[in-house]
Design a protein around this ligand. Structure first.
Ligand SMILES: [Zn+2]
Length: 58
């Protein structure tokens, strides 16, 4: 029961980008990025959102 399951970060925010709104697709805090054209959710946040979340871009 211990070990592998932790890799999936159960109970934790798996994507650092989710701590801020996305400047690219306007996804709100805590929501996954989407493709504006069709509304599909992305597996990973947009790079610009990650930059915003980590403070890499001012
Ligand atoms: Zn986005």
């Amino acid at each position: 029961m211990t070990g592998a399951a932790r890799l999936y970060g159960v109970g934790r925010a798996p994507q650092p980008g989710l701590t801020v709104a996305c400047p690219h697709c306007r996804a709100s805090v805590g929501n996954a990025c989407t493709i504006p054209a069709n509304g599909r959710r992305l597996a990973n946040p947009h790079p610009s959102r990650i930059d915003a979340a980590t403070g890499a871009a001012a």
